[in-house]
Design a protein around this ligand. Structure first.
Ligand code: IPM
Ligand code: MN
Length: 352
């Protein structure tokens, strides 16, 4: 029995995770899998009520008691520092050492991309973002804070182990899925120490995958190519900061942040799955948020815990909704968030 910890989070996170869990319950019913969903309140409301952002032992307890975590967006204007969001998100990513951030860029319908003359076959690749170090390592500080002489330092931490394991994961993925090329993107022409390490490790790891072509692109050139000729990419691997930036671009190529799914993975251990978009407080509770990214994230989570057939069925239902214009306003349709979820549940029954 798969056990899933659900953290709906803040803002539209709550709206779309409701649809994701609706779809999970429906697929459980259809395929006779007993999926256990336990809800956790961590988010702005919980923080404002209790003063607790994320309990110290939560990450360990999730690892021990659950097969996966399904997380909604975090962020709320009532918590201007967004401390709760950082504690929860980084508490999970760092606390559970979820070193792979897996973000597919897959266009489901040519009408959704802002790129002229590009279709589904042109926009179909995956990005692996290092998820535990780099500029996100929280090393550094401020000196003479608040004075005209202030110095702020944010260290970019690249460890051999950290770089090696994400690059190796990208090659493993490529081999498993029959991809012929892995593109590593960095800024080694300027960030010589850290990204020099990426260059060396990339060569070292590639030697174990002789059938896969190693390609290197500086990140400034890569973003240009993602727009100009996305069909050239299969698998991209990069550091935490660049991965954050290029996956937002990737999300737009597939129809916007509301379409994008992501997995925060530690191979062989409990992993966490979250849609890429933010909490968009302005749109919260209005039944207008796009739930497809959250639903596709639920599918990714099922696939990860070995329910590939069920995941494929959910993806089929999403595609069905999109080609039949059963979409939210953001995609040109006229359905509310909940109505999209209802349509998907109905479609699942028909497609099964
Ligand atoms: C993401 C987000 C987060 C990140 C923010 C909310 C801290 O942008 O998951 O891409 O930078 O990793
Ligand atoms: Mn981001």
């Amino acid at each position: 029995m798969p056990r899933i910890a659900v953290i709906p989070g803040d803002g539209i996170g709550v709206d779309v995770i409701a649809e994701g869990t609706k779809v999970l319950r429906r697929i459980a019913e259809i395929s006779g899998i007993d999926i256990k969903l336990d809800f956790f309140p961590y988010g702005a409301d919980h923080f404002l009520k209790t003063g607790e952002t994320f309990p110290q032992d939560a990450a360990r307890s999730f690892s021990e008691n659950y097969d996966a975590i399904y997380l909604g967006a975090l962020g709320d204007p009532r918590v201007p520092s967004n401390q709760h969001a950082a504690d929860i998100l980084f508490g999970l990513r760092f606390g559970m050492d979820l070193y792979v951030n897996y973000r597919p860029v897959k266009l489901l319908d040519a009408r959704l991309t802002p790129l002229k003359d590009k279709t589904e076959k042109d926009v179909d690749f995956v990005i692996f973002r290092e998820n535990t170090e780099g500029l996100y390592a929280m090393m550094g500080g401020n000196f003479k804070k608040g004075t005209p002489d202030e110095i702020a330092i944010q260290e970019d931490v690249n460890t051999y182990k950290g770089v090696h394991r994400i690059i190796d994961y990208a090659f493993q993925f490529a081999r498993k899925n029959g991809h012929k090329k892995v593109t590593m993107t960095d800024k080694a022409n300027a960030l010589t120490y850290g990204h020099g390490l990426w260059q060396r490790v990339f060569k070292e790891v590639q030697a174990n995958y002789p059938e896969i072509e190693p390609e290197h692109m500086y990140v400034d050139a890569l973003v240009m190519q993602m727009v100009k000729k996305p069909e050239q990419f299969q698998v991209i691997v990069t550091c935490n900061m660049f991965g954050d930036i290029i996956t937002d671009l990737g999300a737009q190529l597939q129809g916007g942040l509301g379409m994008a799914a992501s997995g925060n993975i530690r191979p062989g251990a409990t992993s966490m799955f979250e849609p890429v978009h933010g909490s968009a407080p302005k749109y919260a509770g209005k039944n207008i948020a796009n739930p497809f990214g959250a639903v596709l994230t639920a599918a990714m989570m099922l696939e990860h815990i070995s329910y590939a057939a069920e995941a494929a069925l959910i993806e089929k239902a999403v595609l069905d909704a999109i080609v039949n214009d059963k979409t939210p306003q953001e995609l040109g349709g006229n359905l509310g968030t909940r109505e999209v979820g209802d349509y998907l549940c109905e479609a699942l029954g028909k497609l099964a």
